[in-house]
Design a protein around this ligand. Structure first.
Ligand code: 2PG
Ligand code: MG
Length: 442
């Protein structure tokens, strides 16, 4: 055992407080103090396009603050979680998370609240790392047995769907720069694309503001106009689309479809699952898209399987609402061939240990892993460390603006310094897609 390990990691005190997120909504912060004096603190994020099977945020309801206050969740930490965790070893993440799950006792964590549980679980992780005197990413890597690696970013240029007043149907229009040699270079290339996109939209009168995750809020007339503008912005930034830079979409289809029917509000038409798959297929053929998230709704396994059968050997196909960071759902999706990658959101699972289990199960099935923020975020940078310590390969935190987003990218730049250049996942994270195979043909 290293000297740094020989410290007292017993939890002595736990504080919960109400803090505020990037939408101006209340959320919950938990702070934990170990006997050694080491502390750890974490804040729960919040989604807008939420899967129905993800852990439930406990909100107060009623008229004040739109019903989203968290006073009950904060009291639950003080009254139930604090007595449960006091005296336990913060280094025993699995044991603590199991105790939280048992205390909650519900399927979707509705008693303690997924928001209270995830803040407590992450705070324990931070406290244990601090008590050991190691960075959080190192502590996660030690817990998971993975080799730490700096993820390839997925960065939003325009918002849509639930993040931009449903101004376009598709929720996230993003770029990835798998051809860049470093994390820093990805951010530089993306910043050029972001500013080029803004300039093009302003010139055409299509710029309505900034969406929930910092991407531009567009006033496009169609989803295709968004794709055309994205390609134009990539070119205006001096890049050839499909070379260093590729497109990634989060369709978030559960937001506009169920029971195999999909309503494209912008075009005022309804598609069945086959027609939506055809439409996405036309986009895949016309634009350099390397990754698609939730192409069909969370209740449309048939559609997900059909889509993956058609495009799974070319694209990264991510389950977000479809998998809700749930290891059993990842097992089922792998068995059915319903996607080939999983979005990992700790607050969908509700605890760190369940997220680690989901990532491990994904790796076992050969699924790619993308650690992700939520649309409601804060200065909390835990997910940057989780992405590194899980060796997930990819990270999605929204755009390259607004401090709740840049906090995560900037934390990765700090970690990059500690890891050294060899630890960057880069374009290898897209191995198995058309982009990953591009070099093989030459
Ligand atoms: C998603 C996330 C982040 P939300 O759907 O992937 O973009 O959105 O947090 O609103 O679920
Ligand atoms: Mg999503």
């Amino acid at each position: 055992m290293k000297d740094a390990d020989i410290v007292d990691t017993a939890i002595e005190g736990l504080t919960a407080r109400r803090v505020w997120d990037s939408r101006g909504n209340p959320t919950i912060e938990v702070e934990i103090r170990c006997a050694s004096g080491a502390t750890g603190r974490a804040i729960a994020p919040a989604g807008a396009s939420r899967g129905t099977r993800e852990a439930i945020d406990l909100r107060d309801g009623g008229d004040r603050l739109g019903g989203v206050d968290v006073r009950r969740a904060v009291s639950g930490v003080t009254d139930m979680i604090a007595p449960l965790l006091r005296g336990r070893d913060a280094a025993d993440q699995a044991g603590i998370d199991a105790a939280l799950i048992a205390c909650d006792g519900t399927k979707l964590k509705s008693k303690l609240g997924g928001n209270a549980m995830v803040a407590a679980s992450l705070a324990v992780l931070h406290a244990a790392a601090a008590a050991r005197g190691v960075p959080l990413w190192r502590h996660v890597a030690d817990l998971t047995g993975q080799t730490p690696s700096l993820p390839l970013p997925e960065i939003q240029i325009f918002g849509g769907g639930a993040h931009a007043g449903r101004r376009v149907d598709v929720q996230d229009f993003m770029v990835m720069v798998p051809g860049a040699g470093s994390f820093d270079e990805v951010l530089e290339v993306t910043s050029e694309i972001y500013r080029a996109a803004g300039a093009i939209m302003a010139r055409k009168g299509k710029l309505a503001g900034v969406a929930d995750e910092g991407g531009w809020w567009p006033s496009f007339d169609s989803n295709e106009e968004a794709l055309e503008t994205l390609v134009a912005a990539i070119e205006a930034a001096g890049e050839t689309p499909g070379e260093r830079v590729v497109i990634s979409l989060d369709i978030a289809a559960s937001e506009f479809g169920s029971n195999g029917r999909y309503r494209l509000a912008l075009e005022d038409r309804e598609l069945d699952r086959g027609q939506l798959i055809d439409l996405l297929g036309r986009w895949i053929d016309a634009y350099p898209i390397a990754s698609i998230e939730d192409p069909l709704a969370e209740d449309d396994s048939e559609g997900m399987v059909a889509f993956t059968a058609l495009y799974g050997d070319r694209l990264q196909i991510i389950g977000d609402d479809y998998l809700v960071t749930n290891a059993a759902l990842v097992d089922a999706a792998a068995a059915a061939g319903a996607c080939n990658a999983v979005l990992i959101k700790v607050n969908q699972a509700g605890t760190v240990s369940e997220s680690i289990e989901c990532a491990a199960r994904a790796r076992k099935h050969g699924f790619r892993g993308i650690v992700s923020a939520r649309s409601g975020e804060t200065e909390d940078v835990s997910i940057s460390h989780l992405a590194v310590g899980l060796g997930a390969g990819q990270l999605k935190v929204g755009s390259i603006t607004r401090s709740e987003r840049t906090a995560k990218w900037n934390e990765c730049l700090r970690i990059a310094g500690a890891l050294g250049p060899g630890a960057y996942a880069g374009g290898a994270a897209l191995a198995g897609t058309w982009w990953g195979r591009k070099g093989d043909d030459t």
